[in-house]
Each structure stands twice: as structure tokens, then as C-alpha cells.
Write a protein that binds this ligand. Structure first.
Ligand SMILES: *Cc1c(COP(=O)(O)O)cnc(C)c1O
Length: 464
């Protein structure tokens, strides 16, 4: 089929309002029933995914059929993480205003690279940057880049730190690379997230060429075991340990790092949001002395997925690390989003982040975090009462539970997962097999938790 035929066809589809109504109705159908769906797809639903495996079609397909296929075979095979009983990994729910904003901005299909490409994306990024700095209590002037997730945010923050430290040693890493560069020291805690190692590998700093600081029994970096720091040190701390939820002792460590001239990056994927809560803010005391931070709006804040944020005290350092030039690139006096991220073209992620922050406000953001943590404590107390062991201090939204022995824990978890009633993942904590629970969605009610505890008890019975 000739190109103009397909173009004509798509032009007709573009005003086929029924097509978008169809998609909207499927989405509404999904959202209305998500709480009654199995939390993880049943085997029949997974088998239905085979329908997608076909050779590349020779010709065009009808768009109504495409959307119908997606709903028929795709929707049942989703993980119902917006339903309130998904406790796997650290995955958030999605705030209605933010989801609706994303729908609208999907229709806009903006490219957030440059102001000239999307003034609305540029302004909303500026607004979100200022709001985040305020909400999280970060230094005035801190820059924000809007990326896919914390993996990418840590990559950007650490790139800025690496280049900044080397520049101070008279080395332009952007121009000369790392070959022959002065050595940097990378210091991180035993409890650092695996994505930090990945970033270090990508950045040429080495996954293994690091100084590991021992952690305490909750995975917090031990301040008393911190090695000497200097102005060639990249120190990586963590707000929210991915297993226990624990926070590194920033107030004890950051002043020492600052005095030494080290660069401090704080991985706060889900924990940085504690700073939004007056009740939990003490956990993050001292983070404002960091140099760069990473966070996920798609976790604790319950913004839609693809919502990572890199924050950097030194705007110039981030921009220098991420900058590029090209004859057709039109930087403006306004905010050009691509100056702050590794991508050039990307979605206008700030649209839904703005909507989430606007829907919550300062008080709502704090309440959301408080609520998740209160529910995690409720979950832990209920499990303990039901005879499960809780292996962590539930200081945030993470709970590590276990049965009497590893085999029982594993079997119980397998039964929980198969129940379709709720979902948690496995992990290892200090040599023990554990069930890892993350309370991360505003949708989760106390009734959801009671129901989940009942599932745990039944699953343990059936494991005997
Ligand atoms: C989730 C998480 C990451 C990775 O974030 P992505 O958004 O999945 O890239 C990094 N660090 C911590 C502590 C996390 O919880």
C-alpha cells in the first residue's frame, strides 16, 4: 500500500472519535473492575497473551480491532497494582487527577525536550521543580530533571557529581573522558540499591571499585564506620532501604562530607517523600546537605509510572553533564527540559506530576505518606498477632515477614501469590527468606489489609 494511502487512512482514523471512546470505555471498564480482578493474572489470562505472538502483519489492521484485542488479551494479563492489594516491590498506585492529566497529555503528545517544542511542558517542569524543592525542603535553586525512574535519576546525579569532582581537579571529563583522569573514590553503604551499582558501571566508575561502609541491622549506613572523605569522594547515601525502609543517618554523615568537599548523592526513590510529612520528616533530617538526589514520583507519591526525578543543588553541574549542542537545537531563555536529563525527546512527564502535586497539596502529600506508613505498621501488627515474625523495624512503608522456617515461608508466599487475593514478593534479609511487603498505594484500605492477613494465615495453613 502506498504511503499516501496509509496517511489518508490514518487521517480518517484521527477523527474517528468512536475509536477514542472505545479505548476510554475499556479503560473505565478496567478501572471499575480492577479491585475484583486477581491481583496477579490467572494462568488462563497469561495463556491469552499468546494471541499477541504473530508474525509482523503484512498490511494494516483496523484500529477498533487493535484496541479490542488489547483489552481482551492485555487487560486480564495486567498486574492489578492499582487495586489496593498489591504489595510487591515498591510500586505505587495512581492518583485519579494524575491519571486523568496523563490521558489528556497523551492527546497532546508533547515533546518536552525544548521550550520551543512545548511551552506547557516547560512551564509545568518549572512549577514542579519549585514545588518539589519546597515540599522536600531542599536548597533554594536546586534543579530538577524529569526522567523515567530513579535508575536514570541516579545516573544523572552521579554523572553531575563525577564531572564536578573531576573539574575541580582540573579535568574535563565531558571532553577528555575518564582515560587518564584523576582517581575518584566512591563510597556507599552495604545496603545501597542495585541500580546504584548499575549507574556506577555505566559511568565508568566501576561496580566493584568502591568502598563499602558496613550497615547496621536495619541496613542503615553506620556513621561510625565511615572512611575518611575528601574532595575526590562521591558518597552515595540512601533514603528508604528497599527491604526495611530504613534511612541512612544523614545528619551524622552529611556535615562531614560537606566539610571534606565530597559530593553526596542520596538515592531516595521512595523514601525522599518522607520529607513531605511533618510526622516523618525527622527520618530525612540532613538530606538538605546533599548535592544530588533521586526520587520516584511513581512510588510513594502515587503519580503514574515513568515518573523519576533527579534533583541537583548545583544546577550548572547537572546542565554541564547533560548538555549537548547541535546546529538545530534552539535553547531559549525559558526552561529547556533536555538540559537536565540524558534524553532529548521525551514525554511531558511533568504534566501528571504537576496534577499529582496539585491534587495533594502540601498537606495531602504529607498525609499520603503518613497513611502508607500507618498501614504498613497495621499490616505488621496484624501479621505478628497471627504468629508471623516481623524482621524489620517498620519505620516507613516496608514490612519483612517470615514463618517459622524458610521452607514454610516460601510455601506460604507461593500460596499467597497463587490466591490472586493479594501479591507480595520474596526476598532475603540477613540470610533469611522473607516475604517482602510494601504498602505503597493510597487505594489500600484497612479492610484490604485485614483480607490480606487472612490470606496469609490460610496460605500458611495450606503450606503445612
Ligand atoms: C525503586 C528503587 C530504585 C530504582 O528506581 P526505578 O524507578 O525502578 O528506576 C532505586 N533505588 C531504590 C531505593 C528504589 O526503591
Amino acid at each position: 500500500m502506498a504511503a499516501d494511502d496509509i496517511s489518508g487512512r490514518f487521517r480518517r482514523h484521527a477523527t474517528d472519535w468512536d475509536l477514542y471512546e472505545q479505548a476510554k470505555n475499556y479503560a473505565l471498564d478496567y478501572m471499575r473492575t480492577v479491585c475484583d480482578r486477581p491481583v496477579s493474572p490467572a494462568p488462563a489470562a497469561l495463556a491469552g497473551l499468546e494471541a499477541f505472538r504473530e508474525p509482523l502483519p503484512d498490511g494494516p489492521s483496523d484500529p477498533h480491532d487493535i484496541i479490542a484485542t488489547l483489552h481482551r488479551h492485555g487487560s486480564p494479563a495486567t498486574v492489578a497494582q492499582t487495586g489496593g492489594r498489591y504489595f510487591g516491590f515498591v510500586n505505587g498506585g495512581v492518583i485519579p487527577a494524575a491519571l486523568a492529566a496523563k490521558w489528556l497529555s497523551d492527546a497532546w503528545d508533547q515533546n518536552a525536550a525544548l521550550h520551543v517544542m512545548s511551552p506547557v511542558a516547560s512551564v509545568l517542569e518549572e512549577v514542579c521543580e519549585a514545588w518539589l524543592v519546597d515540599l522536600l525542603g531542599l536548597p533554594a535553586g536546586t534543579a530538577a530533571g524529569f526522567v523515567g525512574g530513579t535508575s536514570n535519576a541516579s545516573l544523572c546525579g552521579l554523572a553531575a557529581g563525577r564531572d564536578h569532582l573531576l573539574r575541580r581537579q582540573g579535568w574535563d571529563a565531558g571532553a577528555a573522558g575518564l582515560f587518564g583522569a584523576p582517581a575518584l573514590r566512591v563510597v556507599l553503604g552495604e545496603g545501597a540499591h542495585s541500580t546504584v551499582y548499575k549507574a556506577l558501571g555505566i559511568l565508568g566508575l566501576g561496580r566493584e571499585r568502591i568502598i563499602k561502609v558496613p550497615a547496621d541491622d536495619q541496613g542503615r549506613m553506620r556513621a561510625d564506620r565511615l572512611p575518611p572523605l575528601d574532595d575526590a569522594t562521591l558518597l552515595i547515601l540512601q533514603a528508604g532501604h528497599v527491604q526495611t525502609g530504613a534511612f541512612d543517618p544523614f545528619a551524622a554523615i552529611c556535615p562531614r562530607a560537606r566539610e571534606a568537599g565530597a559530593w553526596v548523592h542520596i538515592d531516595g526513590a521512595f523514601g525522599l517523600w518522607a520529607a513531605a510529612s511533618p510526622a516523618l520528616r525527622a527520618l530525612t533530617a540532613g538530606i538538605e546537605q546533599g548535592d544530588s538526589w533521586s526520587a520516584d514520583a511513581h512510588k510513594t507519591l502515587n503519580a503514574p509510572y515513568d515518573g523519576g526525578i533527579v534533583l541537583c543543588r548545583h544546577r550548572d553541574a547537572l546542565v554541564q553533564a547533560m548538555s549537548m549542542t547541535g546546529s538545530y537545537i534552539v535553547y531559549s531563555d525559558h526552561r529547556d527540559g533536555m538540559l537536565y536529563t540524558a534524553d532529548m525527546s521525551r514525554r511531558a512527564r511533568a504534566v501528571e506530576l504537576w496534577a499529582a502535586l496539585k491534587a495533594l497539596g502540601r498537606a495531602g502529600a504529607g498525609q499520603l505518606v503518613d497513611d502508607l506508613c500507618a498501614k504498613a505498621r497495621y499490616f505488621a501488627a496484624g501479621l505478628r498477632q497471627a504468629g508471623f515474625r516481623i524482621l524489620n523495624d517498620v519505620c516507613f512503608n516496608q514490612v519483612l515477614a517470615a514463618c517459622g522456617d524458610p521452607a514454610a515461608t516460601q510455601k506460604t508466599l507461593a500460596n499467597v501469590q497463587q490466591s490472586g487475593e493479594c501479591w507480595c514478593g520474596p526476598s532475603e534479609w540477613q540470610g533469611e527468606t522473607v516475604i517482602r511487603i510494601s504498602v505503597c498505594s493510597y487505594r489500600t484500605t484497612l479492610a484490604d489489609i485485614d483480607r490480606s492477613i487472612a490470606v496469609f494465615v490460610k496460605a500458611r495453613e495450606a503450606a503445612k
